[in-house]
Design a protein around this ligand. Structure first.
Ligand SMILES: Nc1nc2c(ncn2[C@@H]2O[C@H](COP(=O)(O)OP(=O)(O)OP(=O)(O)O)[C@@H](O)[C@H]2O)c(=O)[nH]1
Length: 370
């Protein structure tokens, strides 16, 4: 007989680049004694998100790349993952699924509610919203409103990138789009109170605005589209291009490539090796819309020097992008002058206190890529 309480499974969703991995890393770094199991679902086959959280977790993380978990129609794949994490040996208190930035949370909820695994139970959906991209994301993908409607908690992230008035406007809009009484928590860099997730009595127990029947009805409504081969999911409109290079990239040519990136190329993430003397770190890169950031990090011990990028966009020319990136390769990076890194260094995030102090100073908008 199963004497354990079922482990709550929380779905962490949100559009591309909204800050899901950042929230997850914050939770992992502030979990106290709580043991978190994590399932990461990367849209591309290069598991950038998984790499970004792996350091903190060891064997209580499972990653799935190459497509959206929400497309696993019968949920057996997800069930298999949850079963592994729920094994008593892991002593997990809560499982968080970081959905891909293009996932349909309703599908994941449906699968979790339909799961026959007695060791887990659906524990709610957290929807991460990028305050700076709020209107742009809704305009491009009206489906995101549907995602807000099933959320049990909304994290309005990147509040540092909007002013008070804009934040108030977004909050008012969110109150209309979410189910009544759903909390909207503002956050900078995903810093939310972990208690919101680890509470023994999760918020969903009192909300429950979405029944299993509702989800089945939604499914049937979508079924017709799917029969016709027109997947109703957001990600049907998006394609992912992946670039890997063992050769260093020229910082100047790469910045030039980024400056010219087409509007449809909505998200770039990964790690770049420039190999310029004095800058041999691995540079994590994030582009979300026109926003661009680099973060230098040390290479792992024995880690191969490599550039790995995932580019996600709508109507992008994959082979063309790959050709442009191939042209950024630099066969002799050790001969490059340190100044060639200046273009990259302009986009390196400064520590929070420093960037707050300089927020009104010259160049801060430039560094955000505006
Ligand atoms: N200015 C600012 N940047 C943020 C904040 N939160 C996250 N970011 C940055 O936004 C970028 C995307 O963050 P991620 O956490 O990778 O977003 P994600 O939702 O996991 O992205 P996908 O997995 O591609 O959907 C990174 O450069 C983060 O450092 C924030 O509150 N303020």
């Amino acid at each position: 007989m199963n004497s354990r309480q079922p482990i709550p499974v929380v779905v962490l969703s949100g559009f591309l680049g909204s800050g899901k991995t950042t929230v997850l890393n914050h939770l992992l770094g502030n979990r106290g004694g709580t043991r978190i199991g994590v399932v990461v679902n990367d849209f591309g086959t290069i598991e950038i998100d998984a790499m970004s959280v792996a350091g903190q977790l060891g064997d209580s993380m499972l990653s799935l790349g190459g497509g959206c978990l929400c497309c696993a129609v019968d949920g057996s794949e997800l069930d298999a993952y949850l079963e592994k994490l729920a094994a008593p040996a892991h002593r997990i208190d809560v499982i968080v699924i970081e959905a891909s930035g293009l996932a349909e949370p309703q599908e994941m909820i449906r699968m979790l509610m339909a799961s026959e695994n007695p060791d887990v139970r659906y524990g709610g959906t957290v929807q991460v919203v990028d305050a700076a991209e709020f209107d742009a994301t809704r305009a491009r993908h009206p489906e995101t409103d549907r995602h807000l409607a099933v959320a049990d908690l909304v994290v309005l992230n990147k509040t540092d990138r909007v002013d008070e008035a804009e934040r108030a406007r977004i909050e008012a809009r969110l109150a209309e789009l979410c189910a009544p009484g759903i909390p909207v928590v503002g956050a900078e860099h995903g810093r939310i109170d972990p208690e919101l997730l680890f509470d023994r009595r999760p918020w969903t127990e009192t909300r429950g605005q979405l029944s299993f029947e509702d989800l089945l009805a939604q499914d049937q409504a979508q079924g017709q589209d799917q029969d016709e081969g027109a997947c109703a999911h957001v990600h049907a409109a998006y394609e992912s291009t992946e670039f890997v290079s063992e050769q260093a990239l020229s910082p100047r040519r790469f910045i030039d490539f980024l400056d010219r990136r087409p509007a449809g190329l909505y998200r770039i993430k990964g790690f770049v090796w420039f190999g310029v003397p004095g800058h041999d770190e691995r540079y994590e890169v994030h582009a979300v819309g026109r926003f661009l950031r680099f973060a230098p990090q040390p290479w792992g011990r024995g880690e191969a020097r490599l550039t790995q990028l995932v580019l996600i966009g709508a109507g992008t020319d994959g082979p063309g992008l790959l050709a442009e990136l191939a042209a950024c390769r630099e066969p002799a990076p050790q001969e490059a002058r340190p100044e060639s890194m200046w273009g990259v260094l302009r986009y390196v995030a400064r520590p929070a206190a420093e960037s707050e102090a300089e927020a009104d100073g010259p160049g801060s908008a430039e560094a955000d890529g505006f």
